[in-house]
Design a binder for this molecule. Structure first.
Ligand code: HSE
Length: 436
């Protein structure tokens, strides 16, 4: 059979990894795919750098249109990232009847519905394993391996930069800014680190997983997103004293009222395997009704780990290229006409447990005032920590862990607690998940 022809858009970290791994493992990959996979053309901004990578073996161009319009190219691999240019090129490739592989999480999370509709109309495949958790085959697992299950929830550490920062803050007692600089120096952070530290990158990935897990359209705009920029080292330390680690989790759950879709710093029991995922590693915990909990762990970024996912998609497409479009795996795991538009819940409607830290006067009756307010809102306390005031200080910290309650309920209780004369400043609120 003649080789399948691939055009690459972008030859940066992931593009060069894809080129190198395909070349290094070509024999093995061909034995799996059933035919040779050839990179025909690459489009890049910096053609000089690209020449060093491809060493005259592939034609280099600076206009992506030449790749998506190339009559012989079967699969366009989009590794440019970002929104506008990538989206235009992907839609043009689809319109030209080409299959698409992309690592672009923002594109799929924000414009997935449009891209999949266009692809369905043209009968082409769009694969995006590399868009979520880098080298971990989580899309494959959710879409195919767990297909027998009614998936109940997913909780993932899906941003390596923030996990690295939180690990450094906990291990070495670093402040946020120093740990961020280290993450950037090591090349973990996105070009704009805001996407990492404000939770946007994680929310893109979570949006995609939620769609595949529950069979809903991609709805990034409905995700609740809170990053780690306001997280204080004090809370990491107190959480630890109570037996918890703080991780930036992407959580999506199905319950009777709708779908939860939320990214925020979360306390999780330190005895859970996922609580011990350190540094820039990623992990995704999936709860299915038949299988129970399954955990997927690995590198969530980097040249060859991400290339591993890109090439897996290229191989999948190669194997299925001649199959009838009706017999391929649906883009979002569920047949396009079987997607359901279940309500994504606003954060105020979500039920979870909480960590509260407040600065109070160390005098009789203060604790009683606080617990009375919590009782009025039917909020039950699970654990409490009170510190001795520092030498010469009249105020101290009280830390409380609550049982589950609704977010709007805890917010109303916090407003009342903050109004107490014996409470100084604001109450720090973090969410807590047992993940059991
Ligand atoms: N900036 C991302 C992370 C890289 O830190 O996980 C891959 O999406």
């Amino acid at each position: 059979m003649k080789p399948i022809k691939v055009g690459l858009l972008g030859l940066g970290t992931v593009g060069s990894g894809t080129f190198n791994v395909l070349k290094r493992n070509q024999e093995e990959i061909m034995r799996r795919a059933g035919r040779a996979i050839e990179i025909t053309m690459v489009a890049v901004r910096n053609t000089e750098r690209a020449k060093d990578i491809v060493k005259g073996e592939v034609e280099i161009v600076s206009d992506g249109n030449l790749v998506v319009d190339h009559p012989e190219i079967d699969i366009v691999v989009e590794l440019i990232g970002g929104n506008e240019i990538a989206k235009d090129l992907v839609l043009k490739a689809i319109a030209n009847g080409k299959h698409v592989v992309t690592a672009n999480k923002a594109l799929i999370a924000k414009h997935g519905n449009e891209v999949f509709k266009a692809a369905q109309d043209k009968g082409v495949m769009v694969a995006f394993e590399a868009a979520v958790a880098g080298g971990i085959p989580i899309i494959k697992a959710l879409r195919e391996g767990l297909t027998a299950n009614r998936i109940q929830w997913i909780a993932g550490i899906i941003n390596g930069t923030t996990n690295f920062i939180l690990s450094e803050m906990r291990d070495k007692g670093l402040d946020f800014a120093t740990a961020l600089k280290q993450a950037q120096a090591l090349g973990y952070a996105e070009a704009d680190p805001t996407f990492d530290i404000e939770g946007i990158d994680a929310a893109h990935k979570l949006t995609i997983m939620a769609s595949i897990a529950f069979g809903i359209p991609t709805q990034f705009d409905k995700a609740y997103i809170e990053g780690i920029t306001k997280l204080e080292a004090t809370d990491i330390e107190y959480a630890e004293q109570l037996g918890y680690r703080i991780k930036l989790l992407g959580i999506t759950k199905r319950n009777e009222a709708g779908i939860e879709l939320r990214v925020h710093p979360t306390l999780i029991p330190e005895k859970r395997l996922i609580a011990n995922v350190e540094g820039a590693m990623n992990a995704v915990l999936v709860q299915g009704d038949a299988v129970g909990a399954t955990l997927y762990y690995g590198k969530g970024a980097g040249s060859e780990p991400t290339a591993s996912s890109v090439i897996a998609d290229v191989v999948d497409i190669t194997r299925l290229a001649s199959a009838d479009p009706e017999h391929r795996v649906p883009y979002l795991a569920f047949q396009p006409n079987a997607l359901s538009d279940v309500n994504v819940l606003p954060m105020s409607e979500v039920f979870t447990s909480y960590y509260l830290r407040m600065r109070v006067e160390d005098k009789p009756g203060v604790l009683a005032d606080v617990t009375k307010i919590l009782a009025e809102f039917s909020i039950s306390i699970d654990a409490m920590l009170q510190k001795e005031p520092a030498e010469g200080e009249s105020r101290t910290d009280i830390i409380m862990l609550t049982h589950q309650t609704q977010e709007k309920n805890i917010d109303a209780a916090i407003a009342r607690i903050e109004a107490l004369a014996s409470v100084t400043g604001t109450v720090t609120k973090l969410r807590l998940e047992e993940l059991s």
